[in-house]
Ligand binder design. Structure first.
Ligand code: GLO
Ligand code: MG
Length: 347
């Protein structure tokens, strides 16, 4: 048997938030990014997920030289803390130029801005020491379908991927699919869409997916099966584990908090595929509850990590012989009861 995977965990500084939501102001005092980085290691996390402007604040107003200097500063800071930059993602959804989307905007100027900013994100990723850029295609979609030609939009996304691959010969692109929010109907809603774009690209090896639990659930799909699909194609760049209580706004609940069995199956699929053995991170994308008190709230992160590790124990201690016996007998009722008892800790 191969050695059990030692998992490494990551999260992005936005996961330590001030608790604002669309209906009200921030409920916790601001906590500067620089102070957040010092918290990672003691909490059991080794990887930092970044947006381009987490690394280089005000990136749009800086020269390439200033950008490179700031990225180098962050690289040194990470090195001092013993942290690894997992990926950098262009934050394309805040700028006035991207109100109607980035790569799929109906405005040629808007599209140009999105392309320029994305190529700059690749430079930032390289300078900070990461070989991956995540594309969460936040505003690539529509509020009414007639407003964009979806076929043309997909061609534009494909072109952007090729432009990115041309810009840097080593960078990997990890597409993070999501079916809706902030748009009503998003382009690239599932991992199947993302992987099709990968195979149709100039360098399929360098285009992969990042699967977020909640996003798969919002698409009405099982996150473990989505992960299995990507793993079968050797295209799971990373994951954003969290949870989602039914079809509503994107909740980013603690991993396993809404559906422990669905979480167990994600861990099972990852573990059985040896995910993590090539340095892939267990990324979290979880939000603290708005009700949580404190200056700097991190218990949702450590809690999700702990739940993940308990589920790893559950996967490793699951009786595979019993599973085989029930599968061979096609007695899935017995298999289900055995799984449920295992999860409940009942003999
Ligand atoms: C939102 C996404 C978002 C991305 C992040 C990295 O629904 O999950 O948090 O993961 O911006 O690209
Ligand atoms: Mg995410």
């Amino acid at each position: 048997m191969s050695k059990p995977t030692t998992y490494r965990f990551s999260f992005g500084p936005w996961n330590i938030s001030e608790g604002a939501d669309p209906f009200g102001p921030e409920v916790r005092p601001a906590f500067p990014h620089e102070e957040k980085y010092a918290l990672y290691k003691p909490m059991g996390f080794d990887g930092v997920q970044f947006h381009d402007d987490d690394v280089v604040p005000g990136v749009d107003d800086l020269t390439p030289d200033q950008i490179a200097k700031q990225a180098a500063k962050v690289k040194t800071m990470l090195g001092n803390q013993g942290l690894v930059p997992e990926f950098v993602a262009p934050r394309l959804w805040f700028a006035p130029q991207t109100i109607d989307g980035g790569y799929t905007s109906n405005s040629a100027k808007g599209r140009q801005y999105a392309k320029d900013r994305t190529l700059r994100t690749i430079d930032i990723a390289r300078e900070v020491g990461s070989k991956a850029v995540v594309l969460w295609l936040a505003r690539e979609g529509t509020y009414i379908r007639e407003s964009k030609n979806a076929r043309v939009a997909y061609e534009r996304i494909q072109q952007t991927i090729n432009d990115m691959l041309d810009h840097d010969k080593e960078i990997e692109i990890w597409i993070e699919p999501k079916p809706n929010e902030p748009t009503d109907m998003a382009f690239v809603p599932t991992i199947g869409h993302a992987i099709t774009l990968a195979y149709a690209s100039r360098d399929p090896k360098r285009v992969k997916g990042l699967i977020e639990t909640a996003h798969a659930l919002l698409a009405g799909l099982d996150p473990a099966d989505e992960m299995a699909f990507a793993l079968a194609h050797d295209k799971l760049g990373s994951v954003h584990l969290n949870d989602q209580n039914g079809l509503k706004y994107d909740q980013d609940k603690n991993f396993g908090a809404a559906n422990l069995r669905v979480a167990f199956n994600q861990v099972r699929v990852l573990e059985e595929a040896g995910y993590g053995s090539k340095g892939e991170f267990i990324g979290l994308d979880v939000k603290a509850m708005r009700t949580q008190k404190g200056k700097c709230v991190t218990s949702h992160l450590t809690g999700s990590r702990e739940i993940f590790m308990h589920l790893v124990d559950k996967v490793r201690s699951w009786d595979k012989k019993l599973e085989k016996q029930f599968v061979d007998a096609r007695d899935y009722e017995a298999l289900e009861l055995a799984i449920m008892k295992h999860l409940m800790g009942v003999k």
